[in-house]
Design a protein around this ligand. Structure first.
Ligand SMILES: Nc1ncnc2c1ncn2[C@@H]1O[C@H](COP(=O)(O)OP(=O)(O)O)[C@@H](O)[C@H]1O
Ligand SMILES: [Mg+2]
Length: 165
């Protein structure tokens, strides 16, 4: 793990299972209103990391790639919802109303977006940006950058939980 500054760090994963476990740790630290944006090429591990994150948060269902509908919702026994968007197929002039983005942001659950670039102008500034890169067959580099006060707090808690025990 390398600390890249007060609000950024990077680390590597050597297997799908390790990526899932990183997700579990991050997921258990999430609070209502947290926003996670996941970037990286196809096959980098965004959806796999999401399944760990949503499971750590407490989701009953397993995360899968949102395909036709671009959106998956996972729920928790307390009724909270984890919104999982994948904007890969949304196009350059997204119809953000079609994915009910404003309503989702107002619902006070957790919002995670794969391929967030096209809807970035509609997203809150304070989010955790996670970039995954393929370094080899089973090796991935994961870089996290906090873009505001809450995401910085989340990233610090994740670093302590994951790398300082
Ligand atoms: N260290 C790793 N972390 C994450 N995925 C990995 C890793 N090594 C191999 N993989 C494989 O890469 C693929 C990642 O797929 P997926 O999570 O759907 O990617 P994305 O959503 O970024 O397109 C899976 O088949 C997974 O098994
Ligand atoms: Mg995916």
């Amino acid at each position: 793990m390398a600390i890249l500054g007060p609000n950024a760090l990077k680390f590597s994963s050597r297997s799908p299972e390790q990526t899932f476990r990183y997700g579990l740790r991050l997921g258990q630290l999430l609070q209502d209103g947290d926003i996670l944006l996941l970037e990286g090429n196809l096959g980098a591990g965004k959806t796999l990391l999401t399944s760990g994150i949503s499971r750590g948060w407490g989701a009953v269902q397993s995360a899968t790639s949102p395909t036709y509908l671009l959106v998956n919702e996972y729920s928790r026994p307390d009724g909270k919802i984890f919104h999982h968007l994948d904007c890969y197929r949304l196009g350059n002039f997204p119809d953000v109303e079609s994915i009910n983005l404003a309503e989702r942001l107002a619902m006070n659950g957790v919002l995670l977006v794969e391929w967030p670039q096209v809807i970035l102008p509609w997203l809150p500034a304070d989010h955790l940006l996670i970039t995954l890169a393929i370094m080899g067959d089973d090796r991935r580099e994961i870089q996290c950058e906090a873009k505001g006060a809450r995401s910085a707090q989340l990233l610090t808690a994740f670093r302590r939980l994951t790398f300082e025990r």
